[in-house]
Design a protein around this ligand. Structure first.
Ligand code: HEC
Length: 173
């Protein structure tokens, strides 16, 4: 074997070792039942978007009611209670594997979540809790004025977080 051939062989061995090491790590990661960010990242992104869609439906009912009619306090409070539950679960759907990725082809990321979420996660988490608390307080309101006051805080929580932590491409809201 001449010198060039042996150095090529050495490099091939290194490549093989790297490839094996890499796939071992990947397989090791697959064997972490429950860490869905690792093997089901797209599903996690879809789940958090569905959670947000659910929150949006409840908020629409609060803000406009069916065909613009005012809902009774009891119904309004039930909608707020569901938002509180959903917002409490929401921040747990952001494993690092679900950060937005810039594709070389320029196709938009499947997530509208901004990279800033992972750069300031404690702040993001705090904002979800503030929103959930406003919703929870609305769900316990003793009268309509009280409810509307908390609902206003809740709306401010939606808009504040989206302005800071949502990366909207194209004509989405
Ligand atoms: C603390 C942050 C935060 C709060 C509070 C919040 N959102 Fe969001 N919302 C997000 C993020 C982040 C996304 C993007 C999720 C993704 O695409 O992965 C999002 C996405 C959405 C979407 C789009 C969902 C989809 O199908 O892609 C809607 C609608 C929405 N939010 C409505 C609301 C409403 C209504 C409220 C208040 C009641 C609210 N959000 C409160 C952070 C927040």
């Amino acid at each position: 074997m001449d010198k060039r051939a042996s150095s090529l062989a050495a490099r091939l061995m290194i490549c093989t070792a790297l490839a094996t090491g890499g796939s071992l790590t990947a397989r090791g990661q697959d064997k972490a039942p429950g860490l869905t960010g690792i093997d089901r990242a797209d599903d996690v992104v879809m789940a958090r978007q569905l959670v947000m869609d659910g929150i949006e439906d409840e908020m629409m009912a609060i803000e406009t009611g069916p065909s613009g009619k005012e809902l009774a306090l009891g119904e309004l409070k039930a909608h707020a209670s569901r938002i509180s539950v959903l917002l409490t679960a929401f921040p747990h759907l952001f494993p690092p594997q679900t950060k937005p990725v810039v594709s070389s082809a320029g196709s938009p990321s499947t997530t509208a979540a901004s990279i800033k979420i992972w750069e300031n996660f404690d702040d993001f988490y705090g904002q979800t809790q503030a929103g959930a608390t406003a919703a929870y307080d609305a769900s316990g309101a003793s009268n309509l004025d009280d409810f509307r006051e908390h609902a206003k805080q809740l709306r401010a929580a939606c808009d504040g977080c989206h302005a800071q932590y949502m990366q909207v491409e194209g004509p989405k809201p």
